[in-house]
Write a protein that binds this ligand. Sequence first.
Ligand code: MG
Length: 251
Amino acid sequence: MAAIGRFQKGDDIFYAKVVDGELFKLKGDVFGSPSFQKRATNPKGIKTLTPVAPSKVIAVGLNYADHARESGKALPKTPLFWLKAPTSLIPDGGKIEIPFQDHRVDYEAELAIVIGRRMRNVTANAAARYIFGYTSAQDISDRTIQKAESQWARAKSFDTFTPLGPYVETKIDPHKLTIQLFQNGQLRQNSLTGQLIFNCFELVSFISTNITLLPGDVILTGTPSGVGPIQSGDKLEVRIQGMSPLVNTVK
Ligand code: MG
């Protein structure tokens, strides 16, 4: 497999492999051993959904040293994570809505991990076998609320606050990728996933010692430095090497 997406045509919701813009519809369990239709599906009239429908979205904070520095926070000794509501997810092309116009709301480009197998107490060395693939995400954050409260779930769980996709890349080395965010064509964040303090395998291992992870669950790995506020009308683009860009606008 390579790039896997989730799509809708009428009432039909399906997974498909994406090759040069053509869709090869998947049969069977996407996390098992699926087969693909020989004939490509015409993408016209087909809506792109988030690439998975997770039972939970877990976000990791302060996982790039330069972002911890710009936030004025000390680096955590173990991964710092919280839950984002799955209802905050939107797909590529979806619109981000700012709930309170007088609040500061920021973009945060992040590499996302998608789990492929039920996972509990798995070591970092074995973790790769439990990962389905990787995709692009944003951890949109209401900083006004985040600064005022000690728990971050509310600041980061508003509807539309987790753009994800467009596809899951199943054959990619997650620690050798450039990660960038463009706001209206201007480069705002520019880093390397090799700079992650806790790498993808360490993160999912640590989380699995606390919470059972299920196929399709999504883990956001943290954002690099360069976060900044968004405004109505903005076009935001996450570009991670080897992936299709994740493009969203602000309503
Ligand atoms: Mg974040």
